[in-house]
Design a protein. Structure first.
Ligand SMILES: [Fe+2]
Ligand SMILES: [Fe+2]
Length: 470
């Protein structure tokens, strides 16, 4: 069941040959995707041989094959996790009933919107990252970037498959639109704000993969609970790939911290100017990048109080990440105490699920921060990194537009506006970070602002030529 047919034009484990109409529709979309990759994918690296992993089965063990591939030749395909026999709906009002293999008519448009919104983020991130190859800190990092890019392309395929297979003509139109919107485009931007933010340096890339791909993990986890079984199975397999993206973010930021501490020791000072003069990222600067990307990603969870998320849960469309860990899966009786600028109040738990998800996401984000702080402490520095409050710099929800400092306290608006430049990267900070971004492409060598990783990819040495440039 989990074997993937690579003899097909579109590799898949969904028996595409058994449905000629669907197969033809997807084969019609395929060249449009490749054209999009050519125009909007990694700029200038189409001829490079990249050491990539490609999914060959959906088994937990050994699902990927590693080898040198030109990115345009990557075998993007459709892979669903194996079905769970007689799977039942695990939450909401229809809990205990059989999961759906087809979409009930009344949920069609809502499910389509959920799938399109998720699908839109996948090509968006590829577009955001398309110029980064020119400033890579090493071949190892370049390869990781490209691995993420091809997998986000595959995630687009995952959502397009669902649109084509279950939403008829509307779905095919949405699939075309996914290639027509572009990150940061004035006329046709991507749906969510974070996916229109430029990612023009690698510090931002590591923050994006740490914070924004982790939002992706939480969205996928909640959709993996869906009563609509094909969506649940699709998302379960996507999570396998997603883990690598967050690995890149977490280890990338760890290496930035490590290098920063080394330079502090070398120059015998933690004065940001001296760290910068020595070509490294000072910790207060890193804190600003964390503040920016964390707050931007927090908006992706939506409003604190949301009737949509209540309906999606009650109807079985979207659960909570790791629904199993909770006791109550109906939530009709529960409330949550929520603090908004208007004060504290108890709201029905069903309406507060975005906030529940945001809180568990923040806990997950804390894990890396604690680890970085341990290494900072070991190095003898008093500095500590932290996550901004979930009220800081919000554009969506109860705290949107409120003058709140990174610790979460309301303050005078004028002072807030003035202080903002000291909390998120200023133009000067960005210019400095950009000045560090010099391309390093000798195998095994590393840019001066980042420490080497602990190990190479797939047990290969760090000196391995992960990308062969032509
Ligand atoms: Fe993705
Ligand atoms: Fe991702």
């Amino acid at each position: 069941m989990s074997a993937i047919d690579y003899a097909e034009k579109i590799p898949n484990n969904v028996n595409l040959v058994g449905d000629r109409t669907l197969q033809r529709a997807l084969e019609h979309w395929q060249p449009h995707f490749l054209q999009w990759w050519h125009e909007m994918g990694p700029n200038d690296f189409e001829g490079a041989d990249v050491y990539l992993r490609t999914a060959i089965s959906v088994d937990a063990q050994g699902w990927a094959h590693y080898g040198k591939v030109r990115m345009p030749d990557y075998r993007w395909g459709i892979f669903l996790a194996d079905p769970v026999a007689e799977r039942k709906i695990g939450f909401g009002d229809a809990m205990g009933q059989a999961a759906w293999q087809q979409i009930p008519g009344e949920y069609r448009s809502t499910l389509r919107r959920l799938i399109v919104t998720q699908g839109d983020t996948e090509p968006a991130s590829v577009e955001q990252q398309r110029l980064l190859g020119h400033t890579c800190p090493s071949l190892y990092d370049l390869r990781n970037l490209f691995q993420i890019n091809v997998e986000e392309g595959r995630h687009l395929w995952a959502m397009v498959y669902l649109l084509h297979a279950y939403f008829g003509r509307d779905g095919r139109e949405e699939a075309e639109e996914l290639l027509a919107r572009h990150s940061g485009d004035a006329d046709k931007p991507r749906i969510l704000t974070t996916f229109n933010e430029p990612i023009s340096d690698w510090l931002s890339l590591y923050c994006f993969t740490y914070f924004t791909d982790r939002d992706g993990k939480y969205q996928l986890k909640s959709l993996a609970e869906s009563a609509f079984d094909p969506l649940a199975r699709t998302c379960r397999f996507m999570l396998t790939e997603e883990a690598h993206h967050m690995f890149v973010g977490e280890t990338g930021l760890s290496r930035v911290v490590k290098r920063s501490l080394e330079v502090m020791k070398e120059v015998g000072s933690d004065d940001p100017d001296r760290i910068r003069a020595a070509g490294a990222v000072d910790l207060p600067l890193l804190q600003k990048y964390l503040n920016f990307w964390c707050s931007s990603s927090l908006d992706l969870f939506g409003s604190e109080i949301s009737s949509n998320s209540a309906a999606n849960f009650a109807n079985g469309l979207k659960g909570r990440p790791d629904e199993d860990q909770y006791e109550d899966h109906g939530l009709r009786e529960k409330t949550l105490n929520l603090v908004t600028p208007q004060g504290a109040s108890d709201v029905p738990m069903l309406n507060a699920l975005n906030e529940v998800m945001r809180e568990s996401y923040l806990k997950d984000c804390e894990i890396g921060v604690k680890r970085w702080n341990r290494s900072i402490e070991r190095a003898g520095s008093q500095f500590r990194l932290s996550l901004p409050s979930s009220r800081f710099r919000r554009s969506i929800g109860a705290w949107a537009g409120q003058p709140v400092d990174p610790q979460g306290s309301l303050m005078q608006r004028e002072l807030y506006e003035k202080s903002l430049a000291s909390w998120i990267p200023s133009e000067g900070d960005k210019a400095f970070v950009h000045s560090l971004m010099q391309k390093v492409i000798e195998p095994g060598r590393m840019a001066g602002w980042i420490a080497p990783p602990e190990r190479g990819i797939n047990n290969l040495p760090l000196e391995y030529e992960y990308v062969k440039l032509h």
